[in-house]
Design a protein. Structure first.
Lengths: 302, 270
């Protein structure tokens, strides 16, 4: 069997497949349906400083080869996460990346500081795709300066590896990637969802309670792949590929384009064991192609 | 909970656009309770992307068979309707929380609307085995949107139908039938599944009559197992003392809820 292990910004992954933030909650619900010990790891649903109820329904709608979601970062808040969700996560035989967000620069720093003592965290993934209440609700992730400010606030308050999660809803994602790396990010992950919308033509109203939502699933894979390829050339840190990955072939495309690891998201909604099945198929691919170490494929685009 | 390779035994139209599918799924069949549901995969992961959540309408435990009734309304149910015998459909279940039993000797009223009837059929069968007197009240737009009598009658001691256009049974709403039932029986327990507006009206009538009412909610779902947090329903009283508890997940906290738990009105757009 091939060696699927990856050193991702000093995080030792047994294989390059993680479950994406917001698609595995905090692990518990998937316990009967998948084996975390066979995954590279998982990324928690985003944690914010305060508990959040989330957006009004309807929150989900399927679209061609994808889906829109408008969950609204529903989460129990930092304190309840540490108390109620973390013990189970810490007990899993898998690398657990904690995804954090804030609505002001200082909140990002506070989140990082509060998690500093939580033994067993593999890394922090920073969700900068949220409104900056100090700047009129502009999304942190859409400008190099604000993206960098959020990452710098985290960097200065934590020893854990910092992964900046990037939004595709920008003109030049490579520019944002360079800014967050300059601000101290150890790695970048991309892409977050694309902004999308669906309308009920009978009622002439938005389908989603939040009006617009985030598009995910196979529909966004080519967009994500192009962005990963572009960012991998723009920065020297490891890249985590995300966006419509549902098969080993999808995962391999991202790795060849320059991703050192990948996250499986929406695919888990249709098949809760999708991540593990992708790992099995990566083994098969490596065996068939005489590849000893999957790490050798990273950025191997000819 | 298991993701079972369920084998389709039959899949036939039983009323206008209403289909009854029988699936061999022995692991789910021995465990699933009335009001719980399964999430059935009908595509290969691209289109349709997500599974179809469907309540079971009946179970043959020893034969390892579950039954689902569905209405062909969109791409996913259309895809399901096209499968024939021996198709293998990954089926996740049992999912969610089912109905809670009423006290012994309680007269039970099951109120269904449109394609909301299926979970009530399984529940009615179970209640009758436990010696509860049951009445099944069903509303539909028109006669051919009613399930055939032979599917309805095993679930209740008495079946009463209503149609919006008067083409079958009572001309009017199923809530008219419920009003009559409540007036006649007094003490009873109500279980309801159907369109949101109907469930809201039934919940209000039961509150007024001081009769317990459980509703089986439907909300757009992605995963069916609680990981996407998509099928949110707003609660009348939040769980816990933070904003986090404002919404429940229909797939794991329900789909059966005490009607008083639900914040009706502004939740459901009319």
């Amino acid at each position: 069997m091939a060696d699927l292990s990856i050193d991702f910004a000093s995080v030792q992954l047994r294989n390059p497949v993680l479950l994406a933030s917001g698609t595995c909650n905090y692990g518990q619900e998937l316990l009967p349906l998948t084996d975390f010990a066979r995954l590279g790891g998982l990324v928690t649903k985003t944690i914010t400083p305060q508990p959040r109820g989330g957006n009004p329904p309807q929150r989900i709608v399927e679209t061609p080869a994808g889906m829109l979601n408008s969950i609204g970062l529903q989460n129990p808040g930092l304190e309840a996460f540490v108390e109620k969700q973390w013990p189970l996560l810490a007990s899993l035989d898998a690398q657990v990346v904690v995804n954090i967000a804030g609505f002001a620069v200082e909140e990002f720093g506070q989140m990082a500081a509060s998690l500093e003592a939580l033994a067993g965290i593999a890394a922090l993934e920073v969700n900068i795709s949220c409104p900056n209440v100090e700047a009129g609700g502009d999304n942190f992730a859409t400008r190099p300066q604000t993206a960098a400010a959020a990452i710098a606030a985290v960097r200065s308050r934590t020893q854990w590896p910092v992964i900046a999660k990037l939004t595709p809803n920008v003109t030049d994602i490579a520019e944002i990637a360079r800014a967050v790396v300059d601000a101290g990010a150890d790695a970048v992950s991309l892409i977050n969802t694309l902004v999308g919308m669906a309308i009920d033509v009978e009622r002439r109203r938005p389908v989603l309670g939040g009006v617009t939502g985030g598009l995910s699933g196979p529909a966004i894979k080519p967009v994500a792949l192009a962005m990963v390829w572009k960012v991998a050339q723009a920065v020297a840190v490891p890249v985590m590929g995300i966006g419509g990955i549902a098969t080993a072939s999808d995962a391999l495309e991202f790795m060849v384009a320059g991703a050192s690891a990948v996250q499986v998201g929406t695919a888990s909604f249709a098949n809760p064991n999708a991540g593990v099945e992708i790992v099995e198929d990566l083994h098969a691919y490596c065996d068939e192609h005489g590849i000893d170490r999957i790490a050798s494929l990273v950025g191997s685009l000819r | 909970m298991i993701d079972e390779q369920a084998r389709l035994l039959s899949n036939r139209e039983v009323a206008a656009d209403f289909y009854l599918a029988r699936l061999n799924a022995p692991h789910i069949a021995v465990r699933i309770e009335p009001g719980q549901f399964v999430n059935i995969q009908v595509g290969a992961g691209i289109a349709p992307l997500l599974r179809i959540p469907l309540s079971v309408s009946g179970v043959e435990r020893e034969a390892g068979v579950i039954e689902v009734l569905y209405e062909e309304v969109g791409p996913k149910t259309r895809a399901l309707s096209q499968f024939g015998p021996d198709a293998v459909l990954p089926t996740l279940g049992p999912l969610g929380k089912g109905f809670v039993l009423p006290p012994d000797d309680t007269h039970v009223v099951l109120v269904g609307g449109g394609i909301g009837v299926p979970p009530l059929l399984y529940w009615g069968l179970e209640l009758r085995q436990q010696e509860h007197q049951t009445a099944l009240l069903v509303g539909a737009r028109t006669a051919n949107k009613h399930l055939p009598n032979k599917l309805l009658t095993p679930a209740a001691d008495a079946v009463r139908l209503a149609t919006d256009d008067g083409s079958l049974g009572h001309a009017g709403l199923v809530t008219d039938l419920l009003q009559h039932e409540l007036a006649e029986k007094g003490s009873c327990a109500v279980y309801c599944c159907g369109p949101h507006a109907m469930m809201q009206a039934v919940a209000a009538m039961c509150l007024e009559a001081q009769v317990p009412c459980q509703v089986s909610l439907e909300e757009y779902m992605a995963c069916g197992i609680g990981i996407c947090v998509g099928c949110a329903v707003e609660l009348a009283t939040a769980k816990g003392d933070t904003d986090y508890g404002r919404y429940a997940r229909v797939c794991v906290d329900g789909p059966a809820f005490d009607a008083r738990q639900i914040k009706w009105g502004n939740v459901w757009p009319t």
